[in-house]
Design a protein around this ligand. Structure first.
Ligand SMILES: [Zn+2]
Length: 473
């Protein structure tokens, strides 16, 4: 994510809730126990669930402008990781469930807390068995306005909606195991009146129109964290092409932003060119398609939604995304999307590298040396708020603090100086390759950097990411 520099207006908090207290297990389930109602992330105890691993989400969603609402069916393919008497999904807001089946049979469910959908299948699910969940539901999805973290989830726009889900929000639109550690592939089947365009993550897989409604399909074939799932519905101009190395590149611009055709083409070309530049540093681009969507959503940030970032330009109509911002969001495709932190506390691994990519971009295309970017940032006075949080554990409400971004980028540069050019070049390519489609922690990163460099790096990381205060050089 990259926020536009302006204080976000908080409206209301709808996403937090106490940890669900489970009811006693059913008597019939002696050897089968309930899955945990959270994934164990200290920042977001309700997010995610335990006891199963999702392999695929199949999201079928029809948007009706007359009601601003949706009719949807989400199918989930999962595997039990314990003997399950019941399990939870995250599902948030006013959508009403009309049917819920597990393995094709009607299952009991209840909604508890702010976001728990507790499902009891007719029979227990044996460890390692594969199972399906199908949930049919409808209503007007509600966005999340978090006082500290801003707006996410389903964002109604003038002519449709945009779904952006970091750190949470997916559960406002589909039932989900909403923690980055449970990555899955996705299929989106999106229906809207034919005058509207529907977009989502990944590869375009065809469309058809019937009776004035158009259905289009999108596929994300590489594992994706739910926070990176995205869809956009509205009046868009779409440009399809390929990057120099042949990756399909689909960009779209909301007509309400009045972006000229020339600027729209520039946006697409820069996306491809910057991606090629970053691939020369970080290794092969990790997904089977790319692009970007310029939206008029009013959320005040751009987000690295997998394979196709979203750029909110509501406050800058008539302009295309800045190339430095494109570099930030495309860098996330390696750092954040393909390799995703195990815990939200480690988000500096995303933002530090994405911010560093902005410095790399400035050096390559604007002649500003990375060292100069570092020096300017490091010159921030020692009593500035930048130096206060612990970069690798900033706290739930400071997930998007400058310590995560700017100090994160400075940490990357300090590491580069410590291990030298050759090892640094190897590291920034080897890390996303080694952890492609996976999750990793700050400790994993430190061990990896030590292995490549043969250097003991604990002191450096203690100083830069585990200690408050301005580090001495
Ligand atoms: Zn970012």
């Amino acid at each position: 994510m990259k926020r536009t520099p302006r204080t976000l207006t908080a409206v209301a908090l709808t996403a937090t809730a106490g940890l669900l207290v489970s009811a006693a297990p059913a008597a019939a389930a002696e050897r089968f126990t309930p899955g945990a109602p959270g994934a164990g992330d200290p920042y977001f105890p309700d997010m995610g669930n335990g006891g199963y691993d999702v392999a695929h989400y199949d999201i079928g969603l029809k948007y009706d402008p007359a009601t601003k609402g949706v009719q949807a069916v989400t199918g989930i393919k999962a595997r039990a990781t314990q003997n399950l008497s019941r399990f939870n999904l995250d599902f948030l807001g006013p959508l009403t469930i009309s049917a819920l089946k597990v393995n094709g049979r009607t299952a009991a469910y209840k909604r508890t807390g702010a976001q728990e959908l507790e499902i009891t299948p007719p029979r227990g699910l044996r460890k390692n068995s594969r199972f399906t969940v199908t949930v049919a539901y409808a209503g007007v999805p509600q966005r999340i306005d978090d006082p500290a973290l801003g707006t996410s989830g389903w964002i109604a726009t003038g002519d449709g909606a945009v779904m952006v889900n970091q750190p949470f929000g997916a559960a406002t639109v589909f039932p989900v195991n909403d923690h980055p550690t449970d990555k899955a592939t996705y299929t989106f089947t999106l229906t809207a009146p034919e005058a509207l365009t529907t977009l989502a993550n990944g590869d375009f897989a065809g469309k058809h129109t019937k009776g004035g409604w158009t259905t289009s399909r999108w596929r994300m074939r590489q594992p994706m964290a739910s926070e990176l799932s995205m869809l956009a519905i509205g009046r868009y101009d779409v440009i399809s092409g390929r990057t120099a190395s042949g990756v399909p590149n689909i960009t779209a611009t909301d007509r309400g932003l009045n972006i000229s055709p020339e600027l729209a083409r520039t946006f697409q070309k820069q996306t491809g060119d910057i991606q090629e530049f970053l691939a020369s540093l970080f290794g092969r681009y990790p997904f089977s398609s790319t692009g970007g969507i310029a939206v008029k959503a009013g959320v005040g940030y751009a987000l690295e939604t997998q394979g196709r970032p979203v750029y909110d330009l509501a406050r800058r109509p008539g302009t295309a995304p800045r190339p430095g911002l494109i570099a930030h969001e495309i860098a996330h495709q390696w750092y954040g999307d393909s390799v995703t932190p195990e815990r939200w506390a480690d988000i500096w691994l995303n933002e530090g590298f994405a911010s560093y990519a902005e410095w790399l971009y400035a050096e390559k295309y604007e002649g500003k040396p990375v060292q100069q970017s570092f020096d300017e940032t490091y010159a921030t006075p020692a009593d500035d708020d930048l130096w206060k949080p612990i970069t690798a554990d900033p706290g739930r409400d400071d997930l998007y603090h400058s310590a995560v971004y700017d100090r994160g980028a400075m940490t990357v540069h300090a590491l580069r100086k410590a291990i030298g050019e050759e090892d640094f070049a190897e590291l920034i390519k080897a890390w996303p390759t080694a952890h492609r489609d996976g999750n990793a922690s700050t400790q994993d990163f430190i061990r990896f950097a030590e292995k490549i460099s043969g250097k003991q790096l604990d002191d450096l990381f203690d100083k830069w990411v585990y200690t408050s205060g301005k580090p001495a050089l």
